[in-house]
Design a protein around this ligand. Structure first.
Ligand code: NDP
Length: 475
């Protein structure tokens, strides 16, 4: 019998997805550049289901039923192009190539166009959930032609995570849309983690709480509206004690955060689209600052000035932090969903944000209770101008605004950096402001560059003759 799906690239992600397909009863053709990985998979997990071992691309393609479906799970970048070329030469019109790696969405747009010109269906699919998700149910964000989803959708939906009987997989839109939303997902993941880090840091530095007690706080928060995978594993990481030193593990880990690039991509795209995705940007920059080791060592003696005193009531400040975390998280998601709307408009993808929130409820790193609320918000109003305006979120933030301000001002007075908490609050204040100092910015731009301005009381475009008699002229 032939295979319903082929997987090429059998490192940790590819082999786990191949096993996931096999466990769901599909016959899976296996291929990897070096045969060792294929054989290791068959030796260790061959019992998971029906696999077809292949060594060459020709054998691999021949092992598949038509239309052929091949999932590529190789290192993103040049490797993906090389593998696509090789496959495309061996495949026939109507066959489907799926790239499940973390491709940059503009690469996916380019690849889709090239494959479509050759009569092949190309699906860029964002896959979230890490290795555990790949094996037991990831969140899958496939883009590409709608027709290909008809043949591919049922397979992907069956191996995806399931929440309340719904698969965490849906067709996102044409060409690069799947990888675009996966990119923003990863950006939101950066913001979520930064906010959690700031909450932890405040409990440590402002309240002098022992790490084990902070772990308990996160465990407790995970039974509230903050319930999420990242809050859950924060409690786990903070509870871990280092065998060698007996200290909390978090105290022996070097405080320099790494990054593989998807957060940076999200921010670059946000800049291009003109969307203020400040929560994600601050999170990316906070990682960069943490890794500027030489500068940080050199700056260690810089003065803090006179610091304020710690909050008197520990319990109430912990509650304030929780509220600030939730409100800032709403802002980060509001911004991320704004970016998705802008990307969707720019590229004509027509992404359904409610459906996206639905498939992020399980199988991915940002899975959270909270996403049910986002799904409802977009369900009630698909054209919602900002998540902050959905009744549920509006109220949640309004109830917590005083706490949020207390946390940001206390952190400032104590010299504790809270870039994500504070920029989220500034964004919120900026969004709701009646007037912004942008009017002055326009005046300055007109002064030095004759960039013109608009008036609040008349139609038209105006310029003041700053170097002349300072009268106003119509442009
Ligand atoms: P890696 O990103 O480490 O890639 C290793 C695989 O790529 C191996 O199978 C390797 O083959 C193959 N490969 C590398 N270069 C080439 C080439 N020039 N030609 C053919 N094959 C090549 O593997 P992961 O499993 O970590 O990730 C796979 C993809 O999934 C990546 O795009 C990654 O970004 C994405 N992803 C990863 C997640 C994770 O948690 N790790 C989560 C979500 C997505 P060989 O064995 O011969 O060296």
């Amino acid at each position: 019998a032939k295979a319903q799906i082929g997987v090429t690239g059998l490192a940790v992600m590819g082999s786990n997805i191949a096993r996931n397909f096999a466990r769901h009863g599909y016959t899976v053709a296996l291929h990897n550049r070096s045969i060792a990985k294929t054989d290791a998979l068959l030796e260790n997990h061959g019992g998971d289901g029906n696999f077809i071992r292949t060594e060459t691309v020709a054998e691999f393609v021949a092992a598949l039923e038509r239309p052929r479906r091949v999932l590529i799970m190789v290192k993103a970048g040049d490797a993906t192009d090389a593998v696509i070329e090789e496959l495309a030469d061996a495949m026939e019109p109507g066959d489907i190539i799926i790239d499940g790696g973390n491709a940059l969405y503009t690469d996916t747009i380019r690849r889709e166009a090239a494959m479509s010109a050759r009569g092949l269906n190309f699906v860029g699919a964002g896959i979230s959930g890490g290795e555990e998700g790949a094996l037991n149910g990831p969140s899958i964000m496939p883009g590409g032609p709608a027709e290909s989803y008809e043949s591919l959708g049922p397979l992907l939906e069956s191996i995806a995570a399931q929440v309340d009987g719904e698969p965490c997989c849906t067709h996102i839109g044409p060409d690069g849309s799947g990888h675009f939303v996966k990119m923003v997902h990863n950006g939101i993941e950066y913001a979520d983690m930064q906010l959690i880090g700031e909450a932890y840091d405040l409990m440590r530095k402002a309240l002098d709480m022992p790490v084990s007690e902070i772990a308990d706080v996160f465990r407790d928060w995970n039974t509230t509206e903050l319930e999420s995978y990242l809050i859950e594993i924060t409690a786990e990481v903070l509870s871990q004690v280092d065998d060698e030193t007996g200290k909390p593990l978090v105290d022996v880990i070097v405080d320099a955060a790494g990054q593989k690039g998807t957060g940076r991509w999200t921010v670059k795209s946000a800049l291009d689209l003109g969307i203020p995705t400040t929560g994600i940007a601050e999170a990316v920059f906070a990682r960069a600052l943490s890794s500027a080791t030489d500068q940080r060592v050199a700056a260690r003696g810089l003065s803090s000035g006179n610091l304020g005193s710690a909050p008197a009531d520990r319990e109430s400040f912990v509650n304030d932090i929780k509220t600030a975390l939730y409100a800032s998280k709403v802002v980060a998601y509001a911004q991320g969903f704004d970016q998705i709307a802008a990307g969707s408009a720019e590229y004509g993808w027509d992404v359904d944000r409610g459906a996206l929130a639905t498939i992020w409820r399980g199988g991915c790193i940002i899975r959270a209770q909270f996403l049910n609320r986002i799904r409802e918000a977009y369900h009630d109003d698909p054209a919602l101008p900002s998540l902050l305006l959905a009744p549920y979120f509006r109220e949640a933030v309004e109830v917590g605004i005083d706490s949020w301000r207390r946390v940001v001002s206390t952190a400032t007075l104590l010299g504790i950096p809270v870039p994500a908490f504070s920029s989220s609050l500034s964004y919120y204040d900026g969004l709701r402001a009646e007037r912004l100092p942008a009017a002055l910015t326009q005046g300055l731009r007109d002064f030095f560059g004759a960039h013109t301005y608009q008036r609040i009381d008349k139609e038209g475009t105006f310029h003041t003759l700053w170097s002349g008699d300072r009268s106003e002229v119509t442009e």
